[in-house]
Design a protein around this ligand. Structure first.
Ligand code: GCU
Length: 348
């Protein structure tokens, strides 16, 4: 079943917006003092550190088209791709001080801004893509996405990102194979701990710098989903893709709370709808690119390796206990488990 088929928003748009306690003051561009504003309220600036061929970067171009169409040209999206504005962490800072309105960030990047996002970095959290969809695009995902509003940003859209596995110039079949290996990770404390528990040496590197880090031996391997492995051409340098499928980390589009509040009700609704369109577009595109990517990887000389998945699962068990003890969000994990169990019940 494709993402598009399994995906269903649980609630209609209006009820999803209600808890936001709409605070728009109905200001229009011309009336607002431009001092604290990145741009006038009709032109939103989105920064991301992805290559323009990345599936989510393509979804943002779709979002730009949708926004323009739905607003009859009165709302525009200006995209700064490819880390032009710096790393994701830098751009999150720029969003806080008003230089950007929207920033792409995976749940791994977001974990350093609020530990409500750490749950999405737990290994083997979802048993299937259907469970992922149920949680990320359902009420739990919505609650997490809204949780940081008083920190100056929140997530307005979510995107699928498949399973992440290891790749290197040698196969990694068991955790013991990771010994003495420097593995590139995103800057997520949970991921860093996961690699430590598996026996490797976690090394945070910005996404756009991984190719040269692999080339220069700064890292011995990395981990990602198959489309990213191919699109970045990491497959040329690290030819063994070992499918332990340790995580399934969603991507998010975050928006500045100040920008959101500056938009009037209609503009908020147009933006939200255009984002939903981009989510649906990305799901379909993901299915297509995911299927093509395996073949492309093989054409680039890559080999897919079967691994002892149970050994990786066992190695990371302590992470669950640590998560329960160290974050204030143990109940989120229980709710995710309950949601997955309910979803797995046979329908009457
Ligand atoms: C994936 C994900 C990106 C993320 C990247 C990474 O490509 O879609 O959002 O930045 O992995 O590993 O940094």
């Amino acid at each position: 079943m494709s993402y598009a088929e399994t995906y269903q928003r649980r609630q209609p748009l209006r009820s999803r917006l209600m808890p936001l306690a709409l605070t728009a003051v109905g200001l229009t561009a011309g009336l607002v003092s431009s001092q604290a504003m990145a741009v006038d309220s009709a032109t939103l600036r989105l920064g991301h550190a992805l290559h323009e061929d990345h599936v989510v970067a393509r979804a943002y171009r779709h979002l730009a088209d949708e926004l323009e169409q739905r607003s009859d040209g009165s709302m525009q999206l200006r995209i700064f791709p490819n880390g032009q504005m710096g790393s994701t962490q830098d751009m999150m800072g720029q969003m806080q001080n008003g230089a950007l309105d929207l920033v792409h960030a995976s749940a791994s990047n977001l974990e350093s801004f609020d530990d409500v996002y750490s749950v999405f970095n737990l290994p083997y959290l979802f048993e299937s893509q259907a469970d992922f969809n149920e949680v990320v695009f359902g009420p739990i995902g919505e609650e997490i996405m809204q949780a940081t509003r008083d920190k100056g940003f929140f997530a307005i859209g979510a995107y699928v990102a498949g399973y992440r596995s290891f790749y290197a110039s040698k196969p990694i079949r068991t955790p013991a194979d990771l010994e003495d290996m420097k593995i590139r990770v995103q800057s997520s404390p949970t991921t860093i701990r996961m690699i430590e528990l598996m026996g490797g040496s976690p090394t945070p590197v910005a996404f756009s710098e991984v190719y040269s880090a692999l080339q220069q031996g700064v890292v011995d391997g990395a981990e990602n989903n198959v489309p990213s492995y191919v699109q970045t051409r990491h497959a040329e340098l690290a030819q063994y893709f070992s499918e332990d499928q340790h995580t399934s980390v969603p991507d998010f589009l975050t928006v500045s709370t100040a920008t959101w509040n500056r938009l009037d009700d209609e503009q908020q609704e147009i933006l939200q709808k255009a984002v939903e369109d981009s989510e649906a577009y990305q799901k379909d595109l993901w299915d297509e690119v995911d299927q093509q990517s395996r073949q492309q990887a093989e054409e680039m000389g890559a080999e897919f390796v079967e691994v002892d998945k149970a050994a990786f699962q066992e190695a990371v068990q302590p992470l669950y206990e640590e998560y329960r003890e160290n974050t204030g969000h143990a109940e989120l994990l229980e709710r995710i488990r309950d949601t997955e169990q309910e979803a797995d019940q046979p329908q009457e």
